[in-house]
Write a new protein. Structure first.
Length: 463
């Protein structure tokens, strides 16, 4: 089907969406909104229709919502053929067919990949199978963990103090459960927000009664005779008795099914151009395959054309809409996916939000509020410009700093800022860990440059 037959594609084409996720659902709705009348097939490895994941580590674990009630609201009817509970297992690009794990094949004219990420499992499979050891990624994970917390365990061990691990620890303390957090980095959130903010996060954990252990690794999980987890062994030689363990070691991108397909897909995600069209392994862009959401890596003009993989809710929605728009557009009508990353978390009663790419920052400056009061704005600088910002219970400033990032404003900010206490007078090193030392990684992964000319000036609309 050639570009000249876009009308034919809209009338009678076959579009397949692999990944019945947030990005997959929003892409499907956008395709129908834009007049696609052909066959739409949604392939998902879980038996459930698309649901929302952020509540799983927040409301569901607190018992305020059930995992079954996290289905995503539908913006419109998408009139799709649903193939749920069966994973995609391969792709034949030449024949334009998606292979399924049950041996079936689904032909397409255009393919949208939205396979997202999965929880990184505990490296020792036998230990990971112990009763009481959980990861938290799927609806079933959330339901199972919530049930186990309802039963009142004596001690919960959370391995990994990234955003999800910290939220789980917070939910346990709110329920009055004893919780230990083990983090191999120097502090919670250090990979995403740096050591200066990590120190604040560590204080929050400890003030709320979390037994926080940093700079330590869990070397072994031990089960009892019935196969239930009973203890964890640490790299410092100590042992901890625990009856629930939550492994929160970050995510793995779901690209294994594309091995050998010829697409530019690997552990860091699926590379695509700014219009969400996927590259093949030769670096040549495909015309009929698009990608969106956590599994995508696309070059971002605001951040030096670095390829960014963004594990963010809002990014999944915006990228899915752009990919769907471009899939049904002539090349001159295609638009780039340029979304300033934004992220939020709620833990220990504090609302944490960030914008931009803090993990690219080398310096941080507190421009509003104070760290001691846990109400502040921290602004990150990189090579003399504002690259990111984080707020603790101070989110009314976020939009302002988002505009500063879009305008590539200078750092440190030259203007006198209001509501500034003594700890904000000058920038200090943001103290990110050495990238060669694994932590649970920033929420945004930076991985390589595009060969495009990087000297161009980019001014977004409205500035």
């Amino acid at each position: 089907m050639h570009d000249g037959s876009l009308d034919q594609l809209k009338r009678e084409g076959r579009i397949v969406v692999v990944g019945a996720s947030l990005a997959g659902l929003r892409a499907a709705e956008t395709l129908r909104d834009k007049g696609f009348q052909g066959t739409l097939t949604m392939i998902g490895d879980e038996p459930h229709e698309p649901y929302d994941r952020p509540p799983l580590s927040k409301q569901v674990l607190l018992g305020r919502a059930t995992a079954e009630h996290t289905a995503l609201p539908r913006r419109r009817e998408i009139d799709a053929v649903w193939r749920l509970g069966v994973a995609a297992s391969g792709l034949d690009m030449a024949a334009r067919r998606v292979k399924l794990a049950d041996g079936d094949e689904v032909p397409y004219d255009r393919l949208m990949i939205a396979t997202g990420v999965r929880a990184r499992p505990w490296p020792n499979e036998v230990e990971g199978e112990l009763d009481g050891v959980f990861v938290l990624r799927t609806r079933d994970d959330g339901a199972g963990l919530a049930r186990r917390l309802d039963a009142g365990p004596k001690r919960v061990l959370v391995i990994g103090a990234g955003f999800t691990g910290s939220e789980i620890a917070s939910a346990c303390r709110e329920r009055g459960l004893e919780v230990t957090v083990a983090e191999r980095g120097d502090a919670p959130l250090v990979g995403a927000l740096g050591g200066v903010i990590g120190a604040v996060a560590a204080e929050m954990h400890r003030e709320n009664g979390v037994d926080l252990r940093t700079g330590v690794m869990v070397t072994r999980l031990e089960g009892d005779a019935t196969g239930r987890v009973r203890a964890a062994h640490f790299s410092d030689g100590t042992t901890l008795e625990c009856d629930v363990v939550v492994v929160s070691l970050g995510a793995q991108r779901n690209t294994d099914w594309l091995a050998g397909s010829g697409l530019g897909a690997g552990p860091r995600g699926i590379a695509c151009d700014a219009g969400c069209r996927v590259f093949d392994i030769r670096g040549i862009v495909t015309d009929d395959i698009y990608v969106a959401g956590d599994v995508a890596r696309s070059p971002h003009p605001l951040f030096g054309y670095q390829f960014l993989s963004l594990e963010h809710w809002g990014n999944a929605v915006a990228q899915a809409e752009t990919a769907a728009h471009n899939m049904l557009s002539e090349s001159s009508d295609r638009r780039p996916h340029i979304w300033v990353p934004a992220f939020w978390s709620s833990q220990f009663g504090v609302n944490i939000k960030s914008v931009g790419v803090p993990s690219m920052g080398t310096e941080i400056m507190f421009t509003q509020g104070s760290r001691a009061e846990r109400r502040f704005t921290g602004v990150y600088g990189y090579q003399g410009r504002v690259i990111g910002a984080v707020t603790f219970d101070n989110c009314r400033w976020l939009q302002f700093y988002e505009q500063q990032i879009e305008a590539t404003a200078p750092f440190p900010p030259p203007f006198p800022t209001v509501d500034r206490r003594s700890d904000g007078q000058r920038p200090i090193p943001a103290d990110f860990p050495d990238p060669s030392v694994p932590t649970h990684g920033p929420t945004i992964t930076l991985s390589g440059y595009s060969p495009a000319d990087r000297r161009m000036t980019f001014t977004p609309a409205g500035h």
